[in-house]
Write a protein that binds this ligand. Structure first.
Ligand code: ZN
Length: 122
């Protein structure tokens, strides 16, 4: 089994509705996002999945998150743009772009010390 990961980032503002503390106020992060696919097979070049392709798809998904207030996006009208919900949203938008490939998880880093990993229940 191989795990193939790429990382990208975006800069965005957000605030957490209902949170008691400083995160209820608008503030910004450089969010780092890591997407990992799992594959048993290698292609005839010896690659599990092309990093360039995976990165292109990840960028495609997270470009709409860059330099916006995440709370304004349709995905976060009902749910808070917490790192957890950002990870789920990226997962749900990225997996269909990968065809039969198994997107294992998506990680979202809100700071160098804090991150979440979303792994769907199978
Ligand atoms: Zn925050």
């Amino acid at each position: 089994m191989f795990e193939v990961s790429v990382e990208y980032h975006f800069d965005a503002a957000h605030y957490l509705r209902g949170y008691q503390g400083k995160c209820e106020k608008v503030h910004g992060h450089r969010f780092r996002v890591m997407a990992t696919v799992k594959t048993k097979k290698l292609d005839n070049l010896g690659m599990g999945y092309d990093f360039t392709e995976l990165k292109r798809h990840l960028r495609e998904v997270i470009d709409s998150f860059d330099h916006v207030c995440l709370n304004d996006l349709p995905a976060f009208q009902e749910r808070n743009p917490s790192s957890e919900n950002i990870a789920v949203t990226i997962y749900q938008e990225l997996q269909p772009l990968l065809g039969k490939l198994n997107l294992a998880w998506v990680e979202v880093w809100e700071s160098p010390e804090s991150h979440v990993r979303y792994i769907p229940d199978r």
